[in-house]
Design a protein around this ligand. Structure first.
Ligand SMILES: *Cc1c(COP(=O)(O)O)cnc(C)c1O
Length: 375
């Protein structure tokens, strides 16, 4: 294994090295100004993200999970309420619903996009349902027209979980502008990542925006005068400064992600044939996918993962267990077999290395190893 080339499943080292001088400059500026919480960098970031998404308000918070939690609270969701969501997502989507005291109600996914299946939503709506929370998984927007239409018919809020999908588009509109309120995460591994935890809520609804601004500082509109019981969910200046800088590069990084995805699919199909044992990521015609992950599916997932690892190539399983079968949700009483598509894809998905700094030579090598495995 002496000269095996190592291709990490994910790394920020390359990006940080490229941006090192610029990063140090903006961090130095924050240090010299001495203002660390909710200052001018946060305000600039809130304005820029809101503009980018084409909505009126952006509210910086401590992380993507708090963004979801506060968005739900601001929509008036709490104990006794139900929120419809997908079982095939990061735990935080449902966990944030539970934190408000409400109950997540799962609905199976579409096999092609692995997003919430709108055809299955209506049968789960009850008198307690208050909102639908679709996730734009892997950077591919959920079927928002259908979801918004159902929400309107039943007077429900739509809260988008766009933690993996900044800059993604659905029918020419950016995600974040499609529901009542939308949540982003700037966790380091996301398409736009900070050097720690950070998140943002965006909305066109002034009332929701105002409520979140107050909730993120312990429910106090005026300092030390608390109208609500909120929490500490402030975004800090160091993170915001990094994000403002990186935001300048996000469009070109997103294009590179799309280029890498197209290369993977074309090269793999050339080598393996279109009807091989591999299922490729699906990008519906009406969306602009931002490829937070490039996720293939195969019945031989564990074997392939081990084979790639033995050849120095990192790959990751997002996610091995659907949320309805998580121990934390045993009390909800779901059974194996309740959401067959989600359960099936959990055994098949494998995300290949995907970051804008990946070189074409590395992509060729990943493709070669995947092809060798199936040969
Ligand atoms: C990352 C992520 C979150 C949570 O964001 P944090 O910033 O890690 O709290 C929520 N939902 C999805 C789909 C995510 O990928």
């Amino acid at each position: 294994m002496a000269d095996v080339k190592i291709i990490p499943g994910f790394t920020l080292v390359r990006q940080n090295n490229e941006l090192k001088d610029e990063l140090l400059a903006v961090l130095t500026e924050v240090i010299e100004k001495g203002m660390f919480i909710l200052g001018e960098n946060v305000m600039a970031l809130e304005k820029k993200i809101a503009e980018l998404v084409q909505v009126k308000y952006g509210i910086g918070v401590a992380n993507g999970s708090d963004a979801l939690y506060l968005a739900l609270l601001a929509c008036g969701i709490g104990p006794g309420d139900e929120v419809i969501t997908t079982p095939f997502t990061f735990f935080s989507t449902a966990g944030s619903i539970s934190r408000t005291g409400a109950t997540p109600v799962f609905v199976d996914i579409c096999e092609e996009t692995m997003n919430l299946d709108p055809r299955l939503i209506e049968e789960k709506i009850t008198a307690k349902t208050k909102a639908i929370l679709p996730v734009h998984l892997y950077g591919c927007p959920a079927e928002m027209d259908e979801i918004v239409q159902i929400a309107k018919a039943y007077n429900l809020k739509v809260i988008e979980d766009a933690a993996q999908a900044i800059l993604a588009e659905y029918k020419g509109k950016r995600v974040g502008s499609l529901g009542d309120v939308c949540c982003f995460s700037f966790f380091p591994t996301k398409n736009l990542g900070s050097f720690g935890d950070a998140g943002m809520v965006v909305t066109n609804d002034e009332e929701i925006a105002e409520r979140i601004k107050v909730l993120r500082v312990h429910g106090a509109k005026i300092k030390y005068h608390h109208d609500y019981i909120g929490c500490n969910s402030r975004l800090d200046e160091l993170q915001a400064a990094i994000l403002n800088l990186k935001l300048n590069y996000l469009p070109q990084w997103t294009e590179r992600r799309r280029e890498i995805a197209a290369l993977y699919t074309t090269l793999l199909q050339n080598k393996l044939g279109e009807d091989s044992a591999l299922i490729y990521p699906h990008e519906p015609d009406h969306v602009f996918h931002v490829y937070h992950q490039y996720t293939i599916r195969t019945g031989r997932r564990e074997e392939l993962k081990n084979y790639l690892a033995a050849n120095g190539i990192g790959s990751t399983v997002y996610y091995p267990v659907p949320l309805h079968l998580q121990k934390a949700y045993a009390h909800l009483g779901y059974q194996k077999g309740d959401f067959k598509v989600a359960e099936k894809v959990c055994t098949q998905v494998l995300s290949l290395p995907m970051y804008p700094e990946l070189t074409n030579e590395e992509i060729y090598l990943v493709v070669k190893k995947v092809a060798d495995f199936f040969a």
